[in-house]
Design a protein around this ligand. Structure first.
Ligand code: BGC
Length: 338
């Protein structure tokens, strides 16, 4: 296991480790050119390995988000049981998911970028999932100030797959407190309402009139404490936005702007969904880089993915991966300042 630091021609630095594919630092400039580390994390491998932490910067898989009861049927076979690690449900790949394994890592570089290729073979039955699944994740830092993530996978048995990266961002700096002043815009068509455990009801609801309507930019904090029942039920933002009905071409999914520093982050993805999570469960228990204790709402996550619990909702875009097919997905986090 090791750390690698990528740097682009504008001085942006992205530090990562092949443990969990974790991005532990990301230094980007503000409007005056001053750099800050905008992602939550720890300094040492030992801290990542020895602590229970909520996926800071990590790759998440095989299936990001929740699968009700850790159970699903595929081609008439019932897969019972995926690891249960979120009450009665399966979350983010289980007890030892992509975030807790050591990936093979190779440095790559090309015209206008440097990066790493991470590879992991998840064996048939791992965390309850069928099929030997070979996953390749490429991280690139480009001279256009983008962090590009490419996912590819193949399997030898029909299975389900839905990876993401779970970076926690704070565009004012990882140690600067609440993100409630960040302005968020999300190009969504609707959202998938859930029960209190975060399991979708199966509906895709309109955003209009809810606190989840970010089609025009608004501060994250504006409606978070309102009595909106969809926000209330999960204690903040922890929602999947339906960006489109099926995976497609790379498209703009979100723009986040931090007014004091002027830093802006745009998220592009080929995925049909994206989870906005406002770190509702952080509570000062974890001391991050520089000893700073991460508190509730000190960060936001924009986890590009398919919809939660898709295997149990045939009307959602499919997460089935079959032998002979290659899964491909791309997400880009692009940084600027104004
Ligand atoms: C989920 C949250 C969960 C967090 C950390 C997010 O993707 O939506 O409910 O608490 O990850 O595990």
């Amino acid at each position: 296991m090791e750390f690698v630091t990528l740097e682009n021609r504008n001085g942006i630095k992205l530090k990562l480790t092949n443990y969990g594919g974790i991005v532990s630092e990301l230094h980007v400039p503000d409007r005056s050119g001053a750099f800050a580390d905008v992602t939550l994390g720890f300094e040492t491998l030992e801290e990542y390995e020895s602590q229970d932490f909520p996926y800071f910067g990590a790759l998440v898989g095989r299936f990001a988000n929740r699968i009700a009861g850790g159970r699903f049927a595929l081609d008439g076979v019932v897969y019972d049981q995926l690891a249960l690690n979120d009450g009665e449900n399966h979350l983010h790949g289980g007890k030892r998911g992509f975030d807790r394994v050591v990936w093979d890592m190779e440095r790559v570089s090309g015209d206008g970028y440097s990066g790493v290729v991470l590879r992991y073979l998840s064996v048939d039955g791992e965390e309850g999932y069928p099929g030997n699944l070979r996953t390749t994740v490429t991280y690139k830092l480009t001279d256009r100030d983008e962090w590009v993530i490419d996912y590819e996978a193949s399997t030898d048995k029909p299975t389900i797959f839905n990876p993401t990266n779970h970076a926690y961002f704070n565009l004012a700096g990882h140690d600067s407190g609440s993100v409630m002043g960040h302005e968020m815009q999300i190009a969504a068509k609707g959202f998938t309402p859930t029960d209190a455990a975060g399991i979708p009801t199966g509906e895709i609801m309109a955003l209009e009139g809810t606190g989840l309507d970010f089609r025009q930019p608004k501060p994250l904090g504006r409606d978070i404490e309102s009595d909106d029942p969809f926000i209330d039920i999960v204690g903040g933002y922890d929602h999947n936005f339906a960006l489109r009905e099926a995976p497609g071409e790379l498209a703009l999914a979100a723009v986040v702007y931090e007014p004091e520093s002027g830093r802006e982050m745009k998220v592009y993805t080929t995925e049909p969904g994206m989870q906005l999570y406002t770190a509702n469960f952080l509570q000062g228990a974890l001391a991050g880089k520089g000893g700073y204790r991460y508190q509730r709402r000190d960060a936001f996550c924009l986890e590009t993915q398919h919809y939660p619990d898709s295997p149990n909702h045939p009307q959602f875009p499919s997460t089935v991966l079959r032998p002979g097919h290659t899964f491909r997905s791309q997400t880009v986090y692009a940084f600027s300042a104004r």
